[in-house]
Design a binder for this molecule. Structure first.
Ligand code: SF4
Ligand code: SF4
Length: 163
């Protein structure tokens, strides 16, 4: 969860609740399986949270110089944006994952316009359901130059780890 920002995480617990899959103190968190310390509006052991990943993780909204508008707070916009996830042909690529099944249309539209204006290719995901429950798999989409989208498809075929 972010720090040294004029913005505050609470009551967002998006990254604690497994929407960005992580291992917290040896416990894997993933959609439908949040960190045991998440209260849904904060952390019940914040003073003792591990530095990695909790202390180190900053979503794009919480960063001190975030380009994301106020309304894109993950708990409201239902999307977690990770800026500069990778570099493609010298350009920074951003990643957006939904807090829920899909990124809501208003937020996805904003992200696509931002991608166009800033010439930053975008990867975004949709949760895959299995028997009506979230699986640990996500479908990945690309937005940006056709060559980027082709490379993204190729990376997925090759099993390249994208985050
Ligand atoms: S997703 Fe962002 S705003 Fe929400 S708890 Fe994590 S770092 Fe904070
Ligand atoms: S330990 Fe606390 S800050 Fe870290 S993921 Fe769990 S609830 Fe979030």
């Amino acid at each position: 969860m972010g720090k040294e920002s004029r913005r505050e995480c609470q009551p967002c617990t998006g990254c604690c609740d497994g929407w960005v899959q992580m291992v917290i103190g040896g416990v894997p968190v993933y959609p439908g399986s949040p960190c045991p310390h998440s209260t849904g509006s904060g952390c019940d052991d914040y003073e003792n949270r591990p530095q990695d990943p909790c202390g180190n993780f900053n979503c794009g909204w919480i960063l001190p110089d975030s380009p994301l508008p106020e309304w894109m707070k993950p708990s409201s916009a239902r999307v977690i944006v990770i800026l500069n996830q990778l570099i493609w042909n010298g350009r920074p690529v951003d990643l957006a994952v939904p807090m829920g099944r899909r990124i809501p249309p208003r937020a996805l539209d904003w992200l696509k316009r931002f991608s166009e204006r800033q010439l930053r290719p975008l990867m975004y995901t949709e949760q895959i359901l299995d028997g009506g429950r979230f699986s640990r798999e996500q479908q990945v989409f690309g937005y940006g130059p056709p060559e980027f989208q082709q490379d993204l498809l190729r990376w997925q075929r090759e099993g390249k780890r994208l985050w």
